[in-house]
Design a protein. Structure first.
Ligand code: ATP
Ligand code: MG
Length: 445
């Protein structure tokens, strides 16, 4: 494809290098001073053009990963399939990629066309064809402040259009996660997928089964905690993608069917969107506990019918439900433990609360005090209160515990409760360094 580059001057496009974070500007400047090309690219440019503050900043350059690494004190190369450099700052991580290039046809692929290794470097006018959507393929040039557009990305942003670059079906087959990204961007930005970008999903969605459960988990967290989780789940459902994330659950998510699990799941997603909007910490355990709660209930009833004691039935059901979830998503063990704890606390909290209509006692019982001190008590109460909202539990039970558990994120919040998405997501520094960086970063374009 012959690339035609349009350069839009700063006065026309209206965003400025000053809109970038200090760290992003520092990275761009360093690259520029070392004689390299340096651009801010992707979601940050898109979001700035829409007048939104970006979630993070991505940088692209002609410097090779090793050259980038040498320029910064705290930088490391991660990834195998797709090498990138993480430049680490105290509270921010800037991802620096080198222009992808070469002949896309020669990139190493699995049988179905999926790209398995992709470290051929190139120039900006090769890189652009490797990006996913036109609205994500705008480059802000540090040298001139100009916007570089090859694919009418600016028009798409202005008109709210989500369009795969190139031939949608082969682009989805190269990297099936792009279909999930389509749902995420459509929901989050309120953009409309073009007809061919949408139609191709129906032909390609099965290839999602080839994505590793580790990467799928990371993507799922981004889908649900991106700030528009409710809308994203509806979009995934509409596009027929939900079942590739949640085995056996997708059929229970039916917005128009009051007998489905949707009312509770919607409440959990809305609560999460609300917290993201307020910049409060969000805990994926809370989300997953909510998503699978009703399913847990169905499994639990099965065991109760087998005359298994109630507490054991809950443990067995939790094993089963998390086992089913693990077919698609690799839920980290630490997270699974928290999910179990939130679940296990539900019947305890219901049992230990004063009966509905009873006067609130002056002193707490030993059992009540023990529950208040239990790990994940606040998250469990938050969840209990969502269940009260959907009339699963009496409102008085929520009110009683709420008195002892200010909502998560309030001033009384214990640090241990304040799990950030970064504890599970990709963008910031992980506490434990993985040896090779694994394959959990974004895919090779
Ligand atoms: P967000 O606001 O979620 O950060 P983003 O568009 O910046 O959205 P990133 O995952 O940060 O998404 O990726 C940065 C850029 O890298 C994208 O805008 C896109 O140009 C490119 N990219 C990321 N993932 C892929 C992919 N799977 N295929 C092709 N291009 C991709
Ligand atoms: Mg980004």
């Amino acid at each position: 494809m012959t690339p035609t580059q349009t350069r839009i001057p700063a006065e026309t496009h209206g965003i400025s290098l000053n809109d970038l974070s200090d760290n992003a500007r520092f990275v761009l400047e360093r690259l520029h001073e070392a004689g390299f090309e340096a651009y801010a690219v992707g979601g940050c440019v898109r979001d700035l053009l829409r007048g939104r503050s970006p979630k993070d900043f991505d940088v692209v350059t002609d410097a090779r990963p090793e050259q980038v690494k040498r320029l910064f004190k705290r930088a490391r190369i991660i990834g195998r399939r797709f090498k990138i450099v993480h430049v680490v700052f105290r509270d921010e991580l800037i991802e620096v990629t080198t222009f992808r290039g070469g002949d896309v046809a020669e990139v190493k692929r699995a049988d179905g066309g999926m790209i398995t290794r992709d470290n051929v470097f190139g120039t900006i006018d090769e890189d652009v064809w490797r990006r996913d959507f036109a609205c994500n393929a705008l480059y802000l040039d540090f040298a001139s402040g100009e916007l570089v557009d090859y694919v009418e990305g600016l028009t798409d942003i202005q008109s709210g259009r989500l369009r795969v670059i190139g031939e949608p079906e082969s682009r989805y087959r190269e990297d099936p996660v792009r279909m999930l990204r389509a749902a995420r961007f459509a929901a989050k930005l309120g953009f409309h997928l073009t007809d061919d970008s949408e139609r191709a999903i129906a032909h390609c969605r099965e290839t999602l089964a080839d994505i590793s459960p580790a990467r799928l988990f990371d993507e799922t967290v981004k889908l649900l905690q991106g700030g528009a989780g409710r809308q994203t789940v509806l979009e995934l459902k509409r596009l027929g993608l939900l079942e590739y994330l949640f085995d056996g659950l997708a059929t229970w998510i039916e917005p128009n069917d009051p007998a489905s699990d949707w009312d509770l799941i919607e409440a959990v997603l809305e609560a999460t969107d609300d917290r993201v909007a307020k910049d409060l910490p969000v805990n994926p355990a809370f989300l997953f506990a909510g998503l699978f709660w009703r399913m847990l209930g169905r499994h639990r009833i099965h065991w109760l019918h087998q005359r298994v004691p109630a507490d054991d039935a809950l443990v067995l059901a939790a094993d089963e439900v998390l086992g089913v979830a693990a077919r698609r998503l690799m839920i980290p063990r630490r997270l699974a433990e928290i999910i179990r704890t939130i679940w296990a606390l539900q019947p305890d909290l219901e049992r230990a609360a004063p009966a509905a209509g009873a006067k609130s006692p002056k002193t707490l019982t030993d059992e009540q005090r023990a529950l208040i001190d239990a790990p994940w008590f606040r998250a469990a109460v938050d969840f209990l209160c969502l269940r009260a909202r959907t009339h699963e539990v009496d409102a008085s039970v929520c009110e009683f515990w709420r008195k002892h558990a200010p909502e998560r994120g309030s001033e009384e919040e214990q640090p241990v409760e304040a799990l950030k998405p970064s504890d599970f997501g990709k963008k910031r520094r992980r506490r434990r360094r993985r040896r090779s960086g694994g394959n959990r970063q974004k895919a090779g374009a």
